[in-house]
Design a protein around this ligand. Structure first.
Ligand SMILES: NCc1[nH]cc(CCC(=O)O)c1CC(=O)O
Length: 308
């Protein structure tokens, strides 16, 4: 059997811990194991030390995974729990995303004490967000809005909003739900006009590809439909991924044995956007993703990514 206890690696943020605990609870239920069969190991990552600059400026997604992946490869932990959204498209040799939990709400949430929706915000309102995608999508819908840098943990962001430092902010509905902060949501942005980030709302588990005992244990909590959607979305992202400085949105859905993917790339100021979509059988999910990625690459033309 498995190394006992099963060591679950996670970052120390409130959201990361909630996700690690959800994973542990699902494993406990699926295998009828007591809490003592698991150990949650908190790992500090380079990304956790950076509070004042947007992620894309300091080196992107890998910053939150490097130390955790080292712990996996050194066998100090057996599995790592992550937000799929934060995972780079290329993982270290020997590691893979070996399970996905059933996906939560994929939508972005609008939070504001001043307006019910993005559209209702007054002319020239200030919205806090450090996500390039959200910034570009907001500017596309509302060029008059001033989007300002906004990092820090969730509690800090909610406090800044309450204190009036910004008029509104956007956060993933899934993260707020997992933290029991759903009541903070003013309204939800529908995916038709505001495509989420690739992987948004999906918890994934990374582990060693040759650790069969762990893979067997994970199979009991794995959600196949989420995997198909993420296969399509991540293959799409991999085609476009040249830089984490490009605002990209993408969402796959599954129905009747088919996977459908919609994708968008935007200029950071929202002045230009290209959209594409494709479908195919669920067995071809990654190919559907690549197809949409290639379509967008063609539509963007060579200058699109280079001139900002
Ligand atoms: N980049 C931070 C991050 N990574 C995952 C989530 C939310 C949870 C999820 O999307 O699964 C968040 C916060 C946010 O975007 O509001």
């Amino acid at each position: 059997m498995q190394s006992n206890p099963l060591r679950i690696g996670t970052r120390g943020s409130a959201l990361a811990l909630a996700q690690a605990h959800e994973t542990r609870d699902r494993l406990m239920a699926a295998h009828k194991l007591p809490e003592e069969a698991f150990e949650v190991v908190v790992i500090k990552t380079s990304g956790d030390k950076i509070q004042d600059r947007p992620l894309w400026e300091v080196g992107g997604k890998g910053l939150f995974t490097k130390e955790i992946e080292e712990a996996l490869l050194d066998r100090r932990i057996d599995i790592a729990v992550h937000s799929s959204k934060d995972m780079p498209t290329v993982l270290p040799e020997g590691l893979a995303l070996t399970a996905f939990l059933p996906r939560e709400d994929v939508r972005d949430a609008f939070l504001s004490p001043k307006a019910k929706t993005l559209t209702d915000l007054p002319q020239g309102a200030v919205v806090g967000s450090s996500s390039l995608r959200r910034q570009a999508m907001i500017k596309r819908l509302r060029p008059d809005i001033d989007v300002v840098m906004y990092r820090g943990n969730l509690q800090t962001r909610l406090r800044k909003l309450a204190e009036g430092e910004v008029d509104a902010t956007l956060l993933a509905a899934a993260g707020l739900r997992r933290l029991g902060l759903e009541h903070e949501i003013t309204s939800l942005l529908e995916v038709g006009e505001f495509l989420p980030a690739v992987g948004q709302g999906a918890i994934t588990i990374e582990s060693r590809v040759n650790d069969t005992a762990t893979l067997e244990e994970l199979a009991a909590i794995h959600d196949r439909e989420t995997q198909i959607r993420l296969d399509a979305e991540r293959a799409f992202l991999a085609v476009l991924d040249g830089s984490c400085r490009t605002p990209i949105g993408g969402l796959a859905t599954v129905s009747g044995g088919m996977v459908h993917l919609s994708g968008i790339v935007l200029k950071p100021d929202g002045s230009e956007a290209h959209e594409a979509a494709d479908s195919g059988p669920v067995t071809q999910a990654a190919e559907v993703g690549r197809s949409v990625g290639r379509m967008l690459k063609d539509r963007m033309g060579p200058g699109f990514l280079a001139d900002h």
